[in-house]
Ligand binder design. Structure first.
Ligand code: F6R
Length: 630
């Protein structure tokens, strides 16, 4: 949510900052901006509402942009305070174009600071919370000594000490053209050290093509970056050693590989994602699951993992959005296999409750990005109370991964589309592996059941391939119901979370109102809405709740709803005709594994409906991929 970039070095800053911002656009695309000092020490700020291309189009084609600037900062915005227009775009300055800064986060006491500064005669021009940081900084430079970098640093400290909230900041000051400042507090920030250059970014992917020597800032740390090195201190000025890590992270592949959108490409990557996620962990139905392949047998991590697998008597899964839905599938599966109670909590709620945690409570944090502010805070809260933290994430380099006892990477590969698809599937795979590993350790399921599930998992990539091989019926349904104003998704049992996920996908990218319900819940309220204008999309696979789902579908059909069934069952043609207007067939799998297959047509349906409606599929309005504000 918001992406920030900074550069200090010998190369031309502007093109480099723009390139890095391009890789961060998943974090927001409401506006973009850049500030830099040219070699005559003149300040330049350019901003534009909308996507980065709009900023590029307003940048003049002049020398400082191409070669004459070696220090600068850039920003792409996901609006929190103030509309998504040019004035509210970052970088912000304090009114005199001497100090500029970019910000990711929310300043909770901005209103009080603004009032105080306005009383001192300062004029605010934007509606953002960020401007109060720039104005405060400039005000304090007029009240405190600020003629040397050391003094300016003390002014920054004084400014930060007045702020309440979350911030990652990068700051430049006209007086010190060889100094770039970077600060983190509850929002991610990484510094890269290249050859004669330093880069700052919200995410390592933005700078990894320049350097793999990275310093991940911790909360309340200030970095003063100069050509001589990084000087790191705490907010109170205490010096800390700046330790760089060598991080192997492939450069971001921004290639649609012939697909019209990243979302479609990522949906079609799922068979390979499953193979990758299983690789080394589930080798054959006869061999035990290895959650951490390659880890030395006697390592501390292995011991922690063994404790988790053998002794934890309660599991609390925390996550948001799609990750929350994946967690629900995890709950159904782990409870079935291990008979341990599992709760799934919305991280934003959990973090403000009074969690009940014992030394035998396992907290499973689930997050594609590993940077979701609510999930991170929920985990911090639980860790303080003694919970063991196991994180399932697509980003091993994320803040969440760094703060966990054990990390299980989902290995989905970088997901560009804001709407999560392949990461959901990979998250579910890891929950299956976790449940199976626990069941093996504790012997809570029969050998034959475990073997059957392992065989089923190994067959999954082929089944997903089959589900993807014939998109035409899904396209036809998308077109037929593309103009609906409301859509309901229903399912039961382990596919109930799939109904929630189907509705979330549709809402996100087509802006059609959609809700997911358990089929059993329909008659407790939502059925009152039903008439011939409402499509009801039902997922029903053979198993415990199949007949119940058929009854729920008939109840909806009796209220004239448009019924679309997604099933792997062979339903008697008369029964099918009397219940469904359209039936989408999916490959048959074990009931417990069926969410992996049933999700695919729902992802495709959301995609084709949004595409039919001409929506911006990969960058839907108001959303961002990494939700770093609460
Ligand atoms: C939906 C989607 C969001 C995220 C949610 C949590 O397509 O992407 O609902 O799932 O913002 O993000 P992570 O998984 O990064 O914690």
């Amino acid at each position: 949510m918001c992406g920030i970039v900074g550069y200090l070095g010998k190369k031309s800053a502007v093109p480099l900052i723009l390139d890095s911002l391009r890789t961060l656009e998943y974090r927001g695309y409401d506006s973009a901006g850049i500030a830099f000092l040219d070699d005559d020490n003149l300040f330049h700020i350019y901003k534009a509402a909308g996507k980065l291309v709009n900023l590029e189009s307003v940048l003049p084609d002049s020398t400082p942009l191409k070669s004459g600037s070696h220090i600068g900062i850039g920003h792409i915005r996901w609006a929190t305070h103030g509309a998504a227009n040019e004035i509210n775009a970052h970088p912000h300055h304090g009114g005199h174009q001497e100090i500029a800064l970019v910000h990711n986060g929310i300043i909770e006491n901005y209103f009080e600071i603004k009032q105080e500064l306005e009383a001192k005669g300062r004029n605010f021009i934007s509606d953002t919370d960020t401007e109060c940081i720039a104005q405060l900084l400039e005000q304090l430079t007029s009240e405190m000594p600020s003629d040397t970098p050391e003094q300016f640093r003390v002014v920054i400290q004084a400014t930060l000490n007045k702020l309440v909230g979350a911030y990652a900041l990068s700051i430049i000051n006209k007086k010190f053209p060889n100094h770039l400042f970077a600060i983190r507090n509850h929002a991610p920030l990484v510094i890269g050290k290249g050859e004669n250059e330093y880069l700052v970014a919200s995410d390592a992917v933005a700078i990894i093509s320049h350097t793999q020597e990275l310093l991940f800032l911790k909360d309340k740390e200030i970095a003063e970056i100069t050509p001589e090195g990084i000087r790191l201190t705490r907010l109170d000025g205490t010096p800390i050693e700046a330790v760089l890590e060598h991080v192997e992270l492939g450069p971001l592949q921004i290639d649609k590989k012939g697909f019209k959108h990243f979302m479609l490409k990522e949906i079609y990557e799922q068979p390979d994602v499953v193979r990758n996620s299983l690789s080394g962990r589930l080798v054959s139905a006869e061999r035990p699951i290895r959650l951490l392949p390659g880890e030395p047998k006697d390592s501390l991590k292995k011991q922690t993992l063994d404790t988790i697998l053998k002794y934890m008597d309660r599991i609390v899964i925390v996550g948001c959005g799609t990750s929350f839905n994946a967690g629900l599938v995890g709950k159904y599966f782990i409870e079935e296999m291990v008979s341990v109670p599992v709760e799934v909590e919305s991280a934003g709620e959990y973090r403000y409750r009074k969690p009940i945690i014992s030394d035998k409570t396992l907290i499973v944090a689930i997050s594609q990005s590993g940077e979701t502010a609510d999930t991170l805070e929920a985990v911090r809260r639980a860790a303080k109370l003694g919970g063991k933290i196991l994180t399932i994430t697509n980003r091993e380099d994320s803040s969440l991964a760094r703060e966990s006892d054990i990390v299980l990477p989902v290995r989905a590969g970088v997901e560009i589309s804001v709407c999560a698809t392949k990461s959901f599937t990979a998250q579910i795979i890891v929950f299956y592996l976790l449940g199976l590993a626990m069941a093996e350790m504790r012997q809570t399921a029969s050998e034959s059941q475990i073997k059957e599930l392992k065989t089923g998992l190994l067959k999954t990539p082929a089944l997903i391939e089959a589900a993807l091989s014939n998109p035409e019926p899904v396209q036809a349904v998308a077109k037929q119901y593309g103009n609906a104003a409301n859509v309901l998704f229903i399912a039961r049992g382990i596919n109930f979370p799939v109904a929630l996920e189907g509705a979330l996908k549709l809402k996100e990218i087509s802006y059609i109102h959609a809700e997911g319900y358990s089929g059993s819940e329909l008659k407790h309220g939502p059925i009152a809405m039903l008439d011939e204008s409402i499509p009801v999309i039902s997922v029903l696979v053979p198993g415990v709740v199949f007949e119940k789902m058929i009854s729920n579908c008939q109840e909806a059909k009796a209220r004239d709803a448009q019924m679309i069934g997604i099933t792997s069952a062979v339903i008697d043609s008369q029964k099918a005709e009397s219940t469904f207007d359209d039936l989408l067939q999916i490959p048959e799998s074990l009931e417990l594994l069926s969410p992996l297959i049933a999700t695919v047509p729902l992802q495709l349906l959301a995609y084709y409906m949004a595409e039919y409606l001409g929506k911006d599929v990969d960058q839907p309005r108001n959303l961002a991929k990494s939700v770093t504000v609460e």
